[in-house]
Design a protein around this ligand. Sequence first.
Ligand SMILES: Nc1ncnc2c1ncn2[C@@H]1O[C@H](COP(=O)(O)OP(=O)(O)OP(=O)(O)O)[C@@H](O)[C@H]1O
Length: 319
Amino acid sequence: MPTPIVETRSLTYRYGDFLAVKDLSFHIEPGEVFGLLGPNGAGKSTTISMLTCLLPPTSGSAVIAGLDVARSAAEVKQLIGVVPQDLALYPTLSARENLRFFGELFGLRGKPLRDRVESVLEYVGMTERANDPIKSYSGGMKRRINLAVGLIHSPRVLFLDEPTVGVDPQSRNHIFESVERLNREEGMTILYTTHYMEEAERLCRRVAIMDRGEIIALNTPRELIAMLGGGILRIGLPQADPAVAQAVQALPQVRSAAFEPDGVSHKAVLKVETRSANPALLEIIQLFNQQGLEILSMETLEPNLESVFLHLTGKSLRA
Ligand SMILES: Nc1ncnc2c1ncn2[C@@H]1O[C@H](COP(=O)(O)OP(=O)(O)OP(=O)(O)O)[C@@H](O)[C@H]1O
């Protein structure tokens, strides 16, 4: 195994009495896109703040490229790029001016600075608008420039904190493509936090699922999903009869069965987590036949990280 570029040992943070991050131990390999996936309040931002030297760990430690974040903060800051959730841009300056300013803070000058400004603008797809003031941009464009600022000094490790929240689809795609290209072309290691499981599935080689300050699972998306085994069935029924949900839940190939909250269609939909989708389907059809019940529709869903989270915590990622 290559030497990890990021490694935490029992990393812990308390806000007063409140334990926000508990005993996190994980590592990120060089060149990896690593996802921290969890609902709001799981402790993702607090973890990033400790890794990027903004909050001193209450206990435990974190090392980046061999440097302890608490003892060698100045050196660590040169090696990392941070793209926070909030914008950190000068609204009256253009994107190019912002990037030059932040590049100079990192000691870049002359041609290397000019070249890097153009290359990060190109990465985030903002070259054409680069001379317009930031305040004239859409929210998504501002987030793309925020990302460009985090890249200006060619960091070895990039921390992206929920970069696509509230972003339009076009900017979201630009952000995805930038992450993929930075990783592929510059070999950049990226820690990406999100509560959108489809982003983690698309971008991340491995994902740590966080809940209430703890990592509750860590693996490749494929392995995490395989752990679940079966798929999910959505069965449309004439009415939401709790006795039916109970009878389905009792079937051997069924993990759980519950009616979804009423949608716009006013049709009752029974959501069934299975151990194995096809055998469960047979059991359900048999049960409905025996009891003379009607099925209005049937849909099978491939399990995804959302179902992994649901399975591990009993709640939805976006609850
Ligand atoms: N300054 C603070 N003082 C007290 N509690 C805090 C503070 N900042 C965060 N918390 C609490 O710590 C927990 C973890 O917050 P954190 O922001 O790290 O979560 P998160 O996973 O990043 O979620 P989000 O996406 O909403 O930021 C939450 O319960 C939050 O309310």
